[in-house]
Design a protein around this ligand. Structure first.
Ligand code: SF4
Length: 307
Protein backbone atom coordinates (compact mmCIF):
# COMPACT_ATOMS: atom_id res chain seq x y z
CA UNK A 1 0.00 0.00 0.00
CA UNK A 2 1.10 3.55 -0.68
CA UNK A 3 2.51 4.75 2.68
CA UNK A 4 1.10 8.20 1.90
CA UNK A 5 -2.45 6.90 1.45
CA UNK A 6 -3.64 7.61 5.01
CA UNK A 7 -2.33 11.15 4.62
CA UNK A 8 -4.03 11.65 1.27
CA UNK A 9 -7.29 10.27 2.67
CA UNK A 10 -7.07 12.70 5.57
CA UNK A 11 -6.26 15.59 3.20
CA UNK A 12 -9.26 14.83 1.02
CA UNK A 13 -11.72 14.34 3.86
CA UNK A 14 -14.09 17.15 4.82
CA UNK A 15 -12.91 18.97 7.94
CA UNK A 16 -14.32 21.53 10.33
CA UNK A 17 -11.16 22.84 11.93
CA UNK A 18 -7.73 23.74 10.70
CA UNK A 19 -5.07 21.30 11.90
CA UNK A 20 -2.13 22.65 13.94
CA UNK A 21 0.52 21.82 11.39
CA UNK A 22 0.37 20.69 7.74
CA UNK A 23 0.19 16.97 7.10
CA UNK A 24 2.42 17.29 4.06
CA UNK A 25 5.28 19.61 3.15
CA UNK A 26 5.92 20.00 -0.57
CA UNK A 27 9.58 20.89 -1.03
CA UNK A 28 10.96 22.25 -4.24
CA UNK A 29 14.64 21.37 -3.91
CA UNK A 30 15.31 22.99 -7.27
CA UNK A 31 13.36 24.83 -9.95
CA UNK A 32 15.79 23.80 -12.68
CA UNK A 33 15.16 20.99 -15.12
CA UNK A 34 17.01 19.28 -17.93
CA UNK A 35 13.79 18.86 -19.97
CA UNK A 36 11.93 21.55 -21.92
CA UNK A 37 8.35 20.38 -21.53
CA UNK A 38 5.79 22.43 -23.41
CA UNK A 39 3.27 22.66 -20.56
CA UNK A 40 5.70 23.45 -17.72
CA UNK A 41 6.73 27.02 -16.80
CA UNK A 42 10.24 25.81 -16.07
CA UNK A 43 10.52 23.98 -19.37
CA UNK A 44 8.92 26.69 -21.51
CA UNK A 45 10.85 29.44 -19.68
CA UNK A 46 7.81 31.43 -18.57
CA UNK A 47 8.80 31.27 -14.88
CA UNK A 48 10.00 34.63 -13.61
CA UNK A 49 11.61 33.47 -10.35
CA UNK A 50 15.41 33.06 -10.20
CA UNK A 51 16.51 29.45 -10.38
CA UNK A 52 18.59 27.60 -7.81
CA UNK A 53 19.00 24.67 -5.44
CA UNK A 54 17.94 24.35 -1.81
CA UNK A 55 20.92 24.36 0.50
CA UNK A 56 21.34 21.69 3.13
CA UNK A 57 20.91 24.12 6.03
CA UNK A 58 17.50 25.20 4.73
CA UNK A 59 16.42 21.59 4.39
CA UNK A 60 17.56 20.72 7.92
CA UNK A 61 15.70 23.72 9.29
CA UNK A 62 12.49 22.48 7.66
CA UNK A 63 12.87 18.91 8.92
CA UNK A 64 13.69 19.98 12.45
CA UNK A 65 10.39 21.84 12.67
CA UNK A 66 8.33 19.00 11.26
CA UNK A 67 7.39 17.45 14.57
CA UNK A 68 3.77 17.25 13.54
CA UNK A 69 4.40 16.71 9.85
CA UNK A 70 3.99 13.27 8.42
CA UNK A 71 5.34 13.55 4.93
CA UNK A 72 7.75 15.51 2.76
CA UNK A 73 7.27 15.37 -0.98
CA UNK A 74 10.15 16.43 -3.18
CA UNK A 75 8.03 17.99 -5.87
CA UNK A 76 7.80 21.43 -7.39
CA UNK A 77 8.90 23.22 -10.51
CA UNK A 78 12.10 21.31 -11.18
CA UNK A 79 13.61 17.84 -11.34
CA UNK A 80 14.56 16.75 -7.78
CA UNK A 81 17.12 14.17 -8.90
CA UNK A 82 19.26 17.02 -10.28
CA UNK A 83 19.92 18.08 -6.69
CA UNK A 84 23.34 16.73 -5.65
CA UNK A 85 22.12 16.20 -2.05
CA UNK A 86 18.82 14.48 -2.78
CA UNK A 87 19.89 11.15 -1.27
CA UNK A 88 21.15 12.92 1.88
CA UNK A 89 17.82 14.77 2.12
CA UNK A 90 15.85 11.53 1.94
CA UNK A 91 18.13 9.88 4.47
CA UNK A 92 17.90 12.79 6.93
CA UNK A 93 14.10 12.92 6.73
CA UNK A 94 13.92 9.15 7.17
CA UNK A 95 16.05 9.39 10.30
CA UNK A 96 13.43 11.82 11.63
CA UNK A 97 10.60 9.33 10.89
CA UNK A 98 9.19 11.48 8.11
CA UNK A 99 7.77 9.79 5.02
CA UNK A 100 9.38 10.90 1.76
CA UNK A 101 8.11 10.95 -1.79
CA UNK A 102 9.52 12.27 -5.04
CA UNK A 103 8.24 12.85 -8.56
CA UNK A 104 10.81 12.41 -11.29
CA UNK A 105 11.31 12.57 -15.03
CA UNK A 106 13.75 9.66 -14.41
CA UNK A 107 16.43 11.02 -16.71
CA UNK A 108 19.03 10.84 -13.91
CA UNK A 109 17.87 7.58 -12.39
CA UNK A 110 20.50 4.96 -13.08
CA UNK A 111 20.76 1.77 -11.02
CA UNK A 112 23.23 3.32 -8.58
CA UNK A 113 20.94 6.27 -7.86
CA UNK A 114 17.96 3.90 -7.46
CA UNK A 115 19.89 1.76 -4.95
CA UNK A 116 21.02 4.85 -3.02
CA UNK A 117 17.44 6.12 -2.76
CA UNK A 118 16.16 2.74 -1.59
CA UNK A 119 18.94 2.48 1.00
CA UNK A 120 18.22 6.04 2.18
CA UNK A 121 14.65 4.96 2.99
CA UNK A 122 12.61 6.64 0.24
CA UNK A 123 8.93 5.83 0.90
CA UNK A 124 7.44 6.50 -2.51
CA UNK A 125 8.44 7.49 -6.03
CA UNK A 126 6.34 8.57 -8.99
CA UNK A 127 7.53 8.39 -12.59
CA UNK A 128 5.96 11.30 -14.44
CA UNK A 129 5.21 10.52 -18.07
CA UNK A 130 3.54 12.76 -20.57
CA UNK A 131 1.35 11.40 -23.34
CA UNK A 132 0.85 7.70 -23.86
CA UNK A 133 3.40 6.62 -26.42
CA UNK A 134 6.78 7.62 -27.79
CA UNK A 135 5.32 10.20 -30.18
CA UNK A 136 2.94 11.96 -27.79
CA UNK A 137 5.63 11.94 -25.08
CA UNK A 138 8.13 13.55 -27.44
CA UNK A 139 5.63 16.14 -28.61
CA UNK A 140 5.05 17.41 -25.06
CA UNK A 141 8.46 16.77 -23.51
CA UNK A 142 10.59 17.57 -26.55
CA UNK A 143 12.86 14.65 -25.88
CA UNK A 144 12.92 11.01 -26.89
CA UNK A 145 12.87 9.39 -23.46
CA UNK A 146 9.67 7.32 -23.35
CA UNK A 147 11.53 4.01 -23.41
CA UNK A 148 14.11 5.46 -20.99
CA UNK A 149 11.29 5.99 -18.46
CA UNK A 150 10.26 2.36 -18.76
CA UNK A 151 13.86 1.21 -18.24
CA UNK A 152 14.19 3.49 -15.20
CA UNK A 153 11.11 1.90 -13.61
CA UNK A 154 12.67 -1.50 -14.16
CA UNK A 155 15.86 -0.30 -12.45
CA UNK A 156 13.90 0.95 -9.48
CA UNK A 157 12.24 -2.48 -9.14
CA UNK A 158 15.64 -4.10 -9.33
CA UNK A 159 16.96 -1.79 -6.61
CA UNK A 160 13.91 -2.35 -4.37
CA UNK A 161 14.24 -6.11 -4.67
CA UNK A 162 12.16 -7.82 -1.97
CA UNK A 163 11.83 -4.70 0.13
CA UNK A 164 8.45 -3.05 0.55
CA UNK A 165 9.47 0.50 -0.27
CA UNK A 166 9.60 2.74 -2.14
CA UNK A 167 6.06 2.41 -3.41
CA UNK A 168 6.45 2.76 -7.19
CA UNK A 169 3.82 4.65 -9.16
CA UNK A 170 3.55 6.28 -12.54
CA UNK A 171 1.35 9.02 -13.88
CA UNK A 172 0.71 10.54 -17.22
CA UNK A 173 -1.48 13.25 -18.60
CA UNK A 174 -3.09 13.30 -22.00
CA UNK A 175 -4.03 15.84 -24.63
CA UNK A 176 -5.58 14.19 -27.69
CA UNK A 177 -4.28 10.61 -27.70
CA UNK A 178 -6.67 8.00 -29.08
CA UNK A 179 -8.37 5.53 -26.68
CA UNK A 180 -6.41 2.70 -28.37
CA UNK A 181 -3.06 4.35 -27.62
CA UNK A 182 -4.12 5.01 -24.03
CA UNK A 183 -5.21 1.40 -23.59
CA UNK A 184 -1.90 0.12 -24.92
CA UNK A 185 -0.08 2.42 -22.50
CA UNK A 186 -2.17 1.11 -19.62
CA UNK A 187 -1.52 -2.51 -20.58
CA UNK A 188 2.20 -1.87 -20.77
CA UNK A 189 2.59 0.19 -17.60
CA UNK A 190 0.22 -1.45 -15.16
CA UNK A 191 2.32 -4.59 -14.68
CA UNK A 192 5.40 -2.43 -14.03
CA UNK A 193 4.12 -0.21 -11.21
CA UNK A 194 2.20 -0.42 -7.94
CA UNK A 195 -0.28 2.14 -9.26
CA UNK A 196 -0.91 4.13 -12.41
CA UNK A 197 -2.76 7.44 -12.78
CA UNK A 198 -3.93 8.78 -16.11
CA UNK A 199 -5.17 12.36 -16.12
CA UNK A 200 -5.51 15.32 -18.42
CA UNK A 201 -2.76 17.79 -19.23
CA UNK A 202 -3.74 21.15 -17.77
CA UNK A 203 -2.59 24.32 -19.51
CA UNK A 204 -4.78 26.98 -17.85
CA UNK A 205 -2.12 28.22 -15.44
CA UNK A 206 0.35 28.85 -18.27
CA UNK A 207 1.31 32.36 -19.29
CA UNK A 208 1.26 31.77 -23.04
CA UNK A 209 2.37 35.34 -23.76
CA UNK A 210 5.81 34.77 -22.26
CA UNK A 211 6.23 31.02 -22.81
CA UNK A 212 9.05 30.28 -25.21
CA UNK A 213 7.01 28.13 -27.55
CA UNK A 214 6.65 28.10 -31.31
CA UNK A 215 3.61 29.74 -32.90
CA UNK A 216 2.45 26.29 -33.89
CA UNK A 217 2.63 25.07 -30.28
CA UNK A 218 0.75 28.13 -29.00
CA UNK A 219 -1.96 27.69 -31.60
CA UNK A 220 -2.37 24.10 -30.51
CA UNK A 221 -2.59 25.00 -26.82
CA UNK A 222 -4.90 28.05 -26.99
CA UNK A 223 -8.09 26.13 -27.80
CA UNK A 224 -7.26 23.63 -25.05
CA UNK A 225 -7.10 26.46 -22.51
CA UNK A 226 -10.48 27.70 -23.73
CA UNK A 227 -11.87 24.18 -23.47
CA UNK A 228 -10.59 23.86 -19.88
CA UNK A 229 -12.31 27.10 -18.85
CA UNK A 230 -15.59 25.94 -20.37
CA UNK A 231 -15.56 22.34 -19.19
CA UNK A 232 -13.40 21.68 -16.17
CA UNK A 233 -14.24 22.14 -12.52
CA UNK A 234 -12.10 23.61 -9.78
CA UNK A 235 -10.79 21.22 -7.13
CA UNK A 236 -13.49 20.88 -4.49
CA UNK A 237 -12.54 20.64 -1.75
CA UNK A 238 -9.09 22.10 -2.40
CA UNK A 239 -6.74 20.16 -0.11
CA UNK A 240 -3.74 22.41 -0.62
CA UNK A 241 -4.24 25.27 1.78
CA UNK A 242 -5.82 23.17 4.54
CA UNK A 243 -3.28 20.35 4.72
CA UNK A 244 -0.08 21.28 2.92
CA UNK A 245 2.64 23.88 2.76
CA UNK A 246 4.76 24.59 -0.27
CA UNK A 247 8.39 25.57 0.31
CA UNK A 248 10.53 26.66 -2.61
CA UNK A 249 14.26 26.15 -3.05
CA UNK A 250 15.28 29.44 -1.38
CA UNK A 251 13.12 28.73 1.69
CA UNK A 252 10.21 30.95 0.58
CA UNK A 253 6.82 29.57 1.52
CA UNK A 254 3.87 29.93 -0.85
CA UNK A 255 0.13 29.49 -0.49
CA UNK A 256 0.12 26.53 -2.82
CA UNK A 257 2.29 24.58 -5.24
CA UNK A 258 0.64 26.31 -8.22
CA UNK A 259 2.38 29.55 -7.30
CA UNK A 260 5.32 29.00 -9.61
CA UNK A 261 6.09 32.71 -9.94
CA UNK A 262 5.99 33.47 -6.22
CA UNK A 263 2.94 35.78 -6.27
CA UNK A 264 2.24 34.95 -2.63
CA UNK A 265 4.76 35.14 0.19
CA UNK A 266 4.13 33.64 3.61
CA UNK A 267 7.70 34.22 4.79
CA UNK A 268 10.91 32.28 4.71
CA UNK A 269 11.75 29.19 6.75
CA UNK A 270 15.13 30.69 7.67
CA UNK A 271 13.53 33.65 9.44
CA UNK A 272 10.05 32.52 10.57
CA UNK A 273 8.86 29.37 12.36
CA UNK A 274 6.70 27.11 10.18
CA UNK A 275 3.94 27.15 12.81
CA UNK A 276 3.62 30.93 12.38
CA UNK A 277 3.81 30.67 8.60
CA UNK A 278 0.98 28.12 8.67
CA UNK A 279 -1.27 30.83 10.15
CA UNK A 280 -0.07 33.67 7.91
CA UNK A 281 -2.87 36.02 6.91
CA UNK A 282 -2.32 35.47 3.18
CA UNK A 283 -3.00 31.73 3.38
CA UNK A 284 -5.87 32.40 5.80
CA UNK A 285 -7.43 34.63 3.12
CA UNK A 286 -7.21 31.81 0.57
CA UNK A 287 -8.74 29.42 3.11
CA UNK A 288 -11.62 31.80 3.78
CA UNK A 289 -12.33 32.15 0.05
CA UNK A 290 -12.08 28.45 -0.69
CA UNK A 291 -14.38 27.56 2.21
CA UNK A 292 -16.97 29.70 0.40
CA UNK A 293 -16.06 28.07 -2.94
CA UNK A 294 -14.78 31.38 -4.21
CA UNK A 295 -12.16 30.63 -6.87
CA UNK A 296 -11.51 34.18 -8.02
CA UNK A 297 -8.15 34.54 -6.25
CA UNK A 298 -5.26 34.89 -8.75
CA UNK A 299 -3.86 31.39 -8.16
CA UNK A 300 -7.21 29.62 -8.18
CA UNK A 301 -9.04 31.05 -11.15
CA UNK A 302 -7.32 28.76 -13.67
CA UNK A 303 -6.77 25.80 -11.35
CA UNK A 304 -8.66 22.72 -12.52
CA UNK A 305 -9.08 19.18 -11.35
CA UNK A 306 -6.35 17.06 -12.85
CA UNK A 307 -8.38 13.91 -13.50
S1 SF4 B 1 -4.63 27.29 -6.93
FE1 SF4 B 1 -6.23 27.60 -5.38
S2 SF4 B 1 -7.77 25.99 -5.79
FE2 SF4 B 1 -5.88 25.42 -6.87
S3 SF4 B 1 -4.81 24.05 -5.48
FE3 SF4 B 1 -4.00 26.13 -5.14
S4 SF4 B 1 -5.22 27.01 -3.48
FE4 SF4 B 1 -6.32 25.19 -4.27
Amino acid sequence: MNPFKPLYDACNAPKDELIDFPRIIDLEVTNTCNFRCVMCPTGNRSMKRPSGFMNYGTFVRVVEQCDGCHGIRFIGWGEPLLHPDIVRFVCFANQHDILTHLNTNASKLDLRMAEDLVDAGLSSIKFSFQGADKESYQQMRKTDFFEGMVRAIEKMHQARGHRKFPYISASTSLTDESPQIVEKFRERLEPLVDSLTIGRTIFGFMDLQVARLSEEEKQRIEPMIEWERANLRHPDPCPEVFDKLTIQWDGSVRVCCNDYNGLTNLGNVMTSPLRDIWRHKQIEEYRARLRKKDYDAPLCKDCWQYI
